[in-house]
Design a protein around this ligand. Structure first.
Ligand code: FCB
Length: 481
């Protein structure tokens, strides 16, 4: 390649080739894109309730209509095919399948996912299905949500239903997306649904989510008839320390953010230091004998979501405590037991989320995971960036020029390639997101898509970053930006 540039200090390489079989795709989540919130028998989820709670979401946005994907399915699938995607990571709305989280299947809801999966396969795109991307049926929240152990068993039953229905066609089953967010933002800080603010409840939710994962994998294995990969997706934190208390602050945040999931999932035990750090909040008696054995299921691939890094130090107790952990400030804390830790504002540049751009963090995360778990294949299940986008009319049609997003992607694909070169068993990369969508507490104010969505007309326009990505997918080689 004439424009080949490698070893760039800022991770702006081009001309690097990914191994054959590397799975290039893109990701979305049900509540963020589907809309049709009350159609065809769908029951309400905690995100319907939360988004309709005054003050919970920026600008009062809701996912009622979202990107209206439910009504644009064929068109969206065609667009994925035009971009040449190898895989599509989507999530299934539990309350479309079981409107109250239990009981008989809502056939119309299931039919939507049958159409989606069949449409992907017809176009040669691998389905990567996530069973839970944060949208718990409201009826289960009314019984305690993830603080109720029974929710884990209801989830296993839902997994069995999905496995029986689609278990001849799904390439990869992901049980949960980012249980960290479900537990700590949902039950600790209250920034996410269901908006509860209790540290003990957040830790209870952590365990019941872990348990739900183990139970669901066990049920899926019983009913699927092809040979899929089983996985879970975590938002692992790349934590850097500052000052003399840095190592201690890192230990605590690594514990609550990473090891409380990686421990039971991949080693079959909770880290003792996390139990000790949180002993004043809960005695962890919700962990019953045998639970960690259930959670510790072999998985074929660990899903890794990465956006930026985290910087911590011990708080001196005097200056105002910084809380720049990348999450919207809310009534409670998403870090139960870590009251002495402060999250330091990091150096830019930043994306529109205020998240620092640090591709080295992705390389570091992948390498450290592969050192700790050498036999565990990895997949980047989310990476991408929000930037303000403008739709412009060019002579040959509408366009969105988003060089900052392309630059972000180029730098993070470079980081992924460097991890591969260092021996990491990285199987693929799903760009977040296939299209602009409802960005949780920030509503429609943040655009993460490589495809632009006009929320008035629902017209889709591939951004320049999508065209750049299509070249990468077609050649397997990082193009120049
Ligand atoms: C992740 C979520 C995803 C999206 C991105 C920006 O935490 O899994 O739904 O909101 O962040």
């Amino acid at each position: 390649m004439t424009d080949s540039r490698q070893g760039n200090p800022d991770y702006r390489d081009s001309g690097l080739e990914f191994p054959a079989g590397f799975v290039f795709g893109s990701a979305t989540a049900a509540y963020q894109i589907e809309g049709a919130f009350d159609e065809d028998g769908r029951g309400p989820s905690i995100w319907d309730t939360f988004s309709h709670t005054p003050g919970a979401i920026l600008n009062g946005d809701t996912g009622d209509k979202a990107s209206d994907h439910y009504h644009h399915l064929e068109e969206d699938l065609d667009l994925m095919q035009r971009l040449g995607l190898h895989a599509y990571r989507f999530s299934i709305s539990w309350s479309r399948i079981q409107p109250t989280g239990r009981g008989p299947v809502n056939e119309k809801g299931l039919a939507f996912y049958e159409r989606l999966v069949d449409g992907l396969l017809e176009r040669g795109i691998r389905p990567i299905a996530t069973l839970y991307h944060w949208d718990l049926p409201q009826a289960l929240e009314d019984e305690g949500g993830w603080t109720n152990r029974e929710t884990a068993y209801a989830f296993a039953e839902y997994a069995r239903i999905m496995g029986a229905a689609l278990g001849d066609r799904i390439d990869t089953w992901t049980t949960l997306n980012e249980p960290w967010c479900s537990a700590y933002l949902g039950y600790g800080s209250g920034a996410h649904a269901p908006g509860r603010t209790d540290g003990a409840e957040a830790l209870t939710a952590v365990h019941h989510l872990n348990l739900a994962h183990g139970l669901a994998i066990t049920e899926l294995r019983k009913v699927v008839t092809n040979d899929p990969d089983f996985s879970i997706t975590l938002n692992l934190h790349v934590v850097r320390g500052e000052g003399p208390g840095g190592p201690e602050a890192v230990r605590q945040i690594d514990g609550l953010g990473n090891r409380v999931f990686l421990g039971p999932l991949l080693k079959g035990e909770y880290p003792a230091d996390v139990l000790a750090d949180t002993a004043a909040i809960t005695d962890w008696s919700f962990v019953r004998p045998g639970d960690t054995g259930i959670i510790h299921q072999p998985i074929d691939v660990l899903g890794v979501n990465y956006y930026s890094t985290t910087r911590v130090r011990l708080w001196d107790g005097e200056a105002p405590r910084q809380s720049a952990d990348g999450h919207k400030d809310a009534a409670g804390s998403p870090w139960p037991g870590a009251d002495r830790v402060e999250f330091v504002q990091q150096a830019g540049p930043y994306t529109d989320m205020g998240w620092n751009i640090e591709p080295a963090g992705l390389e570091e995360l992948l390498v450290s995971l592969s050192e700790e778990f050498p036999d565990q294949p990895l997949m980047i299940t989310e990476n991408g960036a929000a930037f303000p986008d403008t739709l412009v009319q060019e002579a040959d049609g509408p366009a969105v020029h988003d060089p900052l997003r392309t630059d972000y992607l180029q730098r993070h694909f470079t980081a992924a390639h460097r991890a591969l070169a260092r021996g990491v068993d990285l199987r693929g990369y799903q760009v977040w997101s296939f299209m602009d969508n409802f960005e949780w507490a920030y509503g429609y104010s943040k655009r993460f898509g490589i495809v632009y969505v006009d929320y008035d007309t629902e017209v889709r326009t591939p951004k320049d970053s999508a065209l750049w990505y299509a070249k990468l997918v077609a050649t397997g080689i990082i193009p120049a930006a």
